[in-house]
Design a protein around this ligand. Structure first.
Ligand code: OOG
Ligand code: MG
Length: 254
């Protein structure tokens, strides 16, 4: 078995069993290209189990996130169907190791998108925009990793909640975002923190998907990355994101 397959199985097992593992780069050093191969192989195991890819997520698209995690390269991961958490619904703490929530913007594609595009071309492929919360849950102990580790671990992604889709006409470059936990505001940000405009995250998503030979299809979702640092979660909490002009989305963790 190649080391790609070995580590793909390792991160996949850690994810499905919600068990933390040591950083895999401590065992064997590898680069970012190999890390994406591990990610692809680990997600392929899920797809084989009947859990299809429903979109992609961008990560480290804001300074706040780069500073929080000490990583300064843009990364991406794959979203699969089992990661969907219903807006207004519940998710189980037992599914996670040490989950965190992030305020994000999501795009719903109405046309295929792949390769190098302009912001206008990217927007032309969009059928809806919404506020969204990503649940991240690094499979590594203490939420500590190198760039290659986190890429191999599907960019820490473990779930996502999307609010009501709106017409894509909405200007996205200065959406005020407030994260509330149990009714108390715990984080503030603006969508401007996401590469200056979340549409740029969509442009990057198109490029990286193209490079990976993955085509983003109509109906798929692209998550633009967090506008603020992530918030650590505890069982019993109610998490709600309010986004000016985009309404809100929320879930409970039990
Ligand atoms: C990596 C995932 C980063 C974002 O929105 O910036 C991310 C991590 O922080 O564990 O999802
Ligand atoms: Mg995120």
């Amino acid at each position: 078995m190649s080391f790609i397959q070995k580590f793909a199985e390792r991160v996949d097992t850690a994810a499905i069993s919600a068990t933390a593992i040591p950083q895999i780069t401590q065992e064997q050093n590898f680069g970012v290209d190999e890390a994406y191969a591990i990610q692809a192989a680990s997600i392929d195991r899920r797809v084989q189990r009947g859990d299809p890819i429903v979109g992609i997520k961008m990560g480290f698209t804001s300074r706040a996130k780069m500073v929080q995690m000490g990583v300064s390269d843009l990364i991406w991961g794959r979203l699969t169907r089992s990661m969907i958490v219903e807006d207004g619904g519940f998710t189980e703490m037992s599914r996670y190791i040490h989950p965190r929530a992030e305020p994000e913007i999501a795009f719903l594609l109405r046309k295929p998108l792949s390769g190098v595009v302009t912001p206008l071309q990217a927007l032309d492929a969009v059928g809806g925009v919404a506020c969204a919360i990503e649940l991240i849950d690094s499979r590594y102990e203490n939420f500590k990793f190198s760039l290659a580790d986190v890429v191999a671990d599907n960019a820490s992604s473990s779930g996502f909640v999307v609010g009501t889709w709106r017409e894509p006409g909405t200007d996205l470059n200065n959406i005020g975002m407030i994260m509330n936990v149990d009714g108390r505001p715990v984080g503030y940000g603006s969508s401007a923190a996401i590469l200056g405009d979340p549409v740029r995250a969509l442009v990057s998503a198109s490029r990286v998907a193209g490079e990976a030979g993955l085509s983003l299809e109509p109906g798929m979702v692209v998550m633009a990355g967090a506008a603020t640092a992530a918030i650590a979660l505890e069982a019993g909490q109610h998490v709600r994101l309010e986004a000016s002009g985009l309404g809100f989305c929320e879930f409970r963790i039990r």
